[in-house]
Ligand binder design. Structure first.
Ligand SMILES: [Zn+2]
Length: 214
């Protein structure tokens, strides 16, 4: 790959260091602003393995579905609202990389069963980019649990507080149902996400090209 092409990739913001569904290659998520300054994302691999193009295409299609992302000219992905939603995009990339490349996913629903309180939890779009987390029934400890889950959404989606314990808001003011559905699964156990991120960061450091770690 020529230097000019490398520069055009943009900044690598996330790494899947071993794609276990495709020959353990590494995949990078790259961000670059469009001419209008809208952050756009691209998945790229330096691997030369046969079929790597199809694998990348699959991961990007899965990201589009799971995050309701739009296709930008040149095959990059962006959010229709024009915001970066960088943390959520990284999460989309990681989740898409966990999928085997034969079946495209469905967008995740805004409802999920929470084992911790034994009750269904749903996220409801309240307009203006605000989502409220609610429990299906009045179970003990639900209030604290909803607060924790909304906090998880805020962390994972770089969402803002609204003043209500059980809410999280996108600064763009737009609706991102698919993203919230994706993040909701992870928001039930934010600690596991943090552990996973730490492990991935450590691996990324070890796997960095040219790293002097021998
Ligand atoms: Zn947005």
């Amino acid at each position: 790959m020529r230097m000019a092409d490398i520069a055009q990739l943009g900044n690598r913001i996330e790494l899947v260091s071993m794609d276990r569904h495709f020959h353990d290659i590494s995949l990078g998520l790259y961000e670059r602003p469009s001419a209008e300054g809208v952050p756009e994302y691209l998945v790229h691999s330096y691997a030369r393995t046969d079929g790597v193009g199809e694998r990348i295409e699959f991961v990007m299609r899965a990201m589009r579905i799971l995050g309701e992302m739009a296709e930008a000219p040149g095959g990059r992905l962006r959010f229709a609202c024009g915001d970066a939603h960088r943390a959520a995009c990284k999460r989309l990339f990681i989740e898409a990389g966990k999928l085997a490349g034969d079946v495209l996913p469905e967008p995740r629903p805004l409802a999920i069963h929470d084992k911790k309180i034994g009750c269904g939890i749903s996220a409801v779009s309240l307009g203006g980019g605000v989502y409220g987390v609610a429990a299906e029934s009045e179970v003990e400890g639900a209030g604290r649990r909803l607060k924790a889950i909304a906090g998880g959404l805020r962390k994972l989606g770089e969402m803002a507080e609204t003043g209500a314990d059980n809410e999280a808001a996108f600064a763009c003011g737009g609706a991102h149902d698919a993203l919230v559905g994706l993040l909701l699964v992870r928001a039930l156990n934010v600690r596991a996400v943090i552990r996973e991120e730490d492990a991935a960061a450590a691996q990324g450091v070890l796997a960095a090209p040219g790293a002097d770690n021998v």
